[in-house]
Design a protein around this ligand. Structure first.
Ligand SMILES: Cc1cc2nc3c(=O)[nH]c(=O)nc-3n(C[C@H](O)[C@H](O)[C@H](O)COP(=O)(O)O)c2cc1C
Length: 214
């Protein structure tokens, strides 16, 4: 066998065993963990994902007084479907506020670029390859408290997937603001869903994950 034939034979073996075998047996996805019905046989090799989100329960537009915020419902779908861990950005600043004073306060915070503190400490993200970032659209971008956290985390080299819940603005400037905050991350696969749709919207989230995470 001459050198050319040997190279062709080696390439054929690599393609027929290594690559195909990995795709079939290890349903590793960009989002780190296997989607339902695609259980991996090799969890040790899988990348890890986390959902970082903020969500405001209480009085809100279109859905009334809700016990669980719209974005939290989407975050929970993501974790249920992909196995991603979660870090919830919590502040008690808006607890019990009616919708109208809340939108006024949020407008002022956005105008002034305030950075309200969140509870606890920033998560250690060193073990994660993929980071979902989600929140409601407040005045055209994420709530300011999310930007407080952004200053405390490093997403260099990670895959970052932004999502929003909203009542008409879609992604607004959330994905581009994430790109600005994390210029060395790979920001991709962004997704938005109406807040009033999330309770019946699991299939929509699942479809998004199927395209974002393969
Ligand atoms: C302070 C405030 C500002 C908002 N601004 C917008 C907006 O600019 N565009 C939009 O589409 N929806 C806006 N909304 C609606 C929320 O984005 C929507 O209800 C979202 O699903 C709430 O998610 P949550 O329950 O996880 O907080 C706003 C809601 C609040 C409370």
């Amino acid at each position: 066998m001459n050198i050319k034939n040997i190279l062709v034979a080696v390439l054929a073996v690599v393609l027929s065993t290594g690559c195909n075998g990995q795709n079939k047996n290890n349903a590793e996805t960009r989002c780190g963990t296997s989607l339902q019905n695609e259980q991996t046989s090799n969890p040790g090799n899988m990348s890890k994902s986390i959902v970082i989100f903020f969500s405001h329960a209480g009085d809100n537009y279109s859905v009334g007084n809700i016990e669980v915020g719209n974005t939290k419902i989407v975050a929970d779908y993501i974790s249920e479907i992909t196995g991603a861990d979660q870090f919830e950005i919590v502040t008690h600043k808006y607890d019990g506020m009616a919708y109208t004073p809340l939108i006024e306060l949020a407008k002022e915070e956005a105008r002034k670029g305030e950075l309200p503190p969140y509870e606890g400490t920033a998560p250690d993200l060193s073990g994660y390859d993929t980071v979902f970032i989600g929140g409601p659209v407040w005045w055209g971008t994420y709530p300011q408290v999310m930007f407080t956290l952004f200053k405390d985390i490093n997403l260099d080299g990670k895959t970052v997937i932004p999502f929003t819940t909203h009542e008409g603005s879609g992604l607004a400037s959330c994905a581009s603001d994430v790109r600005k905050a994390f210029p060395k991350a790979k920001v991709t696969g962004e997704f938005s869903i109406y807040g009033h749709e999330v309770r019946s919207g699991k299939a929509k989230v699942e479809r998004w994950l199927k395209t974002s995470c393969q």
